[in-house]
Design a protein around this ligand. Structure first.
Ligand SMILES: Cc1cc2nc3c(=O)[nH]c(=O)nc-3n(C[C@H](O)[C@H](O)[C@H](O)COP(=O)(O)OP(=O)(O)OC[C@H]3O[C@@H](n4cnc5c(N)ncnc54)[C@H](O)[C@@H]3O)c2cc1C
Length: 377
């Protein structure tokens, strides 16, 4: 490291990815400043729905230098994740500036210039982008959406089932978020809960006789896709009942093939039981809206009181650094962890992969790799 260079490394984003990278860098004596647009660390977790618990185990979700306390239990609640992130920043004495949004990153001759809120211009020797895989809610442009007269919201706005008690709700999207919100609504007193499914998900048990699905994910990560697909379907047949008769068939494509295409399996936190007992009704995908009606892909129609779209998020990195040509055709960074894109040395990314082995774990590893790479330069 050039000890005469007193410019800091800037980390954009004070979520788990950014905090982990900052802590690992600080440990190696690299001056690091975290820029966070909201008024506190862990902003994404503060917005998540109340019921949320980590799907990954506490032991495999700790960030570098500070394990999550045992008192959090095996499946850590949303509130405890927030507590942990606050404690993490304090414990590592991280330099964090809140209320500062970085709007553009530019390469200079020997470093980086960041444009930020309030006309700020900040120069750093390197930049770590940790603005989150789930940055901007993505709401599909369904025909008729603009003139739909019912309530339509993105899952990112959902907190708890109370406003939906006695209501008819259509949840769109059968990923972890959609299935969990559907179960939450059913348990929380909604009159009717339908789950619109475009592609039936792979469902896995969160743990089997004490063995968490995440550990299997770590073990199989480097095995050939076809082999893991085969193992996955054999395991599903043993451990997860067939829900075809209830409208949720087993997926045609293999579990790991889907993971490679970006679809993480659904962890069963009550979905199987709710579908079997009819409290959550799988229906066809949402195709369009007409007035107060939701039109489904099989031609059937529904007039729910509310539609909750669990349809994912966009990375939204284009404005920030699209001009640097460091993104692929889907808007994801070309590199992550300790490698910088060839045309942008000194620019690092964390939190933009979505591995089966768990993102907290991946961000913890990427933090170490980034710190190692940066303390070499
Ligand atoms: C519902 C849900 C459940 C999940 N459960 C798990 C789980 O069980 N286990 C697991 O390992 N992973 C899980 N993940 C995935 C992942 O671990 C989390 O999304 C995690 O919060 C990602 O961390 P991050 O730091 O990359 O992004 P975020 O937590 O989203 O943090 C990004 C931060 O950057 C800030 N920011 C964004 N843009 C700017 C900007 N331009 N300037 C300044 N600041 C900016 C944001 O305000 C935010 O604070 C889950 C994700 C979701 C959505």
């Amino acid at each position: 490291m050039d000890r005469t260079d007193d410019r800091p490394v800037y980390v954009i984003g004070g979520g788990p990815g950014g905090l982990a990278a900052a802590a690992a860098l600080r440990k190696r004596g690299v001056r690091t400043v975290v820029l966070e647009k909201s008024d506190a660390v862990g902003a994404s977790w503060r917005r998540h729905y109340d019921r949320l618990h980590l799907h990954t185990t506490r032991g495999l979700s700790g960030l570098p230098g500070l394990p999550m306390p045992r008192s959090f239990g095996r499946w850590v609640s949303r509130d405890n994740v927030i507590r942990y992130l606050e404690k993490y920043a304090e414990f590592h004495e991280l330099e964090i500036v809140t209320g500062v949004e970085v709007t553009r990153v530019e390469a200079t001759e020997n470093g980086w210039l960041l444009h930020a809120t309030g006309g700020r211009r900040l120069t750093g020797r390197a930049v770590v982008v940790a603005t989150g895989y789930n940055h901007t809610p993505a709401l599909p442009d369904w025909p008729g959406r603009e003139s739909y007269t019912g309530q339509l919201l993105h899952a990112g706005e959902y907190r708890d089932p109370t406003p939906y008690q006695g209501k008819d709700v259509l949840v769109v999207g059968a990923g972890n978020t959609g299935t969990e919100i559907a179960v939450d609504l059913a348990a929380g007193g909604a009159a009717r809960v339908r789950l619109a499914v475009r592609t039936p998900p792979h469902i896995v048990r969160r743990s089997t006789v004490g063995w968490p699905a995440q550990r299997t994910g770590i073990l199989v990560r480097r095995l050939p896709t076809r082999l893991v697909d085969g193992l996955g379907s054999a395991l599903a047949r043993i451990s997860v009942p067939d829900l075809t008769a209830h409208g949720l068939p087993r997926p045609a494509e293999g579990l790991y093939s889907r993971v490679r295409a970006g679809a993480i399996p659904v962890q069963d936190v009550g979905l199987v039981k709710a579908v079997r007992t009819g409290r959550v009704e799988p229906v066809a995908a949402l195709a369009s809206f007409e007035g107060d009606e939701a039109v489904l892909a099989d031609g059937s129609r529904a007039t729910p009181d509310a539609v909750i779209a669990a349809t994912g998020y966009r990375r939204a990195l284009e404005d920030l650094l699209g001009h640097l040509e460091v993104l692929d055709s889907r808007g994801r960074p070309l590199t992550h962890g300790g490698r910088s894109p060839a045309r942008a040395p000194g620019l690092y990314f964390t939190g933009f992969t979505n591995p089966i082995s768990g993102m907290f774990r991946e961000m913890a590893m990427d933090a170490q790799r980034i710190a190692k790479a940066l303390s070499r330069t």
